[in-house]
Design a protein around this ligand. Structure first.
Ligand code: CP
Ligand code: NVA
Length: 301
């Protein structure tokens, strides 16, 4: 059966660990100049209904480094943008390419696409989840601090797609997640309930961060919420991650942000630039290595 990666729950905990190990190995191989043409003559289709820098470049560069190629497909230039049904696009594209990556709005779209696709489908961000980012985040934590199992992780800010993927990550890598969000911006309640053994809502950012080994945040208004930006600023202003907030965390705690970041909003300029605490550049780079490992896993599954 074709394996897809729509959320972190599509792989077992052992498979995810394998992907992270492979990502670390692929990174070392790339740095030492070892060539890998596992994807010779293979094509990745990349559907982007939202903007992207990291995701597009990491998938495209990753395919090229593995000897394959990637096609950038935007709704502006494809029939998807003119209303061709997702089911039809999935059936057609998956007869032509070897793997498909989609960034879109509704999570149900990637689910429908995967249902009709003959080849693996990767969720490259929906309004619901951003699982590829979590592969990079976990790889980064492993490289800097070792396995996340048993660690305390704090999510500060919006209960959004990234927060939902952190909740799934807590389950898959067996860590404790403390979430602090303004009232009305909490993560999905069913997802919280399903993971209440390891995920809890905290009343304040300081409570969530207290003793944490890993602190993460994200923008206050996600793609598609541009109209709410001004109103959200008001609700979120007490949720900035800065050195003062990090002073409540464990002494060697690290800070992550999937980027792009808004300095002076969800993170202070001083904190994101503080290399002692902030690992955001390694985190961004690891999108490349972890997605190569993911694609190799799905191709061989
Ligand atoms: N973090 C992330 O997914 O970045 P892009 O939107 O630039 O792809
Ligand atoms: N939550 C953000 C993540 C961007 C990578 C968004 O969906 O816009």
């Amino acid at each position: 059966m074709t394996r897809h990666f729509l959320t972190l729950l599509d792989l077992s905990a052992d498979e995810l660990k394998q992907v992270i190990d492979d990502a670390i190995r692929l990174k070392a191989e790339l740095r030492s100049g070892t060539l890998n043409d596992s994807f010779k003559n293979r094509v990745l289709g990349m559907i982007f209904e939202k903007s992207s820098t990291r995701t597009r470049v990491s998938f495209e560069a990753g395919m090229t480094q593995l000897g394959g190629s990637a096609l950038f497909l935007s709704p502006r230039d494809t029939q998807l943008g003119r209303g061709e049904p997702v089911e039809d696009s999935a059936r057609v594209l998956s007869r032509m390419v070897d793997m498909i990556m989609i960034r879109t709005f509704k999570h149900s779209v990637v689910k429908r696409f995967a249902e009709y696709s003959r080849v693996p489908v990767i969720n490259a961000l929906t309004d619901g989840y951003h699982p590829c980012q979590l592969l990079a985040d976990v790889q980064t934590f492993v490289e800097h601090r070792g396995q996340p199992q048993g660690k305390a992780v704090a999510w500060i800010g919006d209960g959004n797609n990234m927060c939902h993927s952190y909740i799934n990550a807590a389950r898959q890598w067996d860590f404790e997640l403390r979430v602090a969000c303004p009232q009305g911006f909490e993560p999905d309640s069913a997802l919280m309930e399903a993971n209440r053994d390891r995920v809890k809502l905290c009343a304040t950012p300081a409570e969530a961060v207290s003793g944490a080994d890993w602190v993460a945040t994200d923008v206050w208004a996600s793609m598609g919420q541009e109209d709410e930006q001004a109103e959200r600023l008001e609700h979120f202003k007490a949720f900035q991650v800065d050195h003062e907030l990090m002073s409540h965390a464990a002494k060697d705690a690290i800070f992550m942000h999937c980027l792009p970041a808004h300095r002076g909003e969800e993170v202070s300029a001083e904190l994101i630039e503080d290399d002692q605490v902030s690992v955001v550049w390694d985190e961004a780079e690891n999108r490349l290595h972890s997605q190569k490992a993911l694609m190799l896993f799905l191709a061989n599954a």
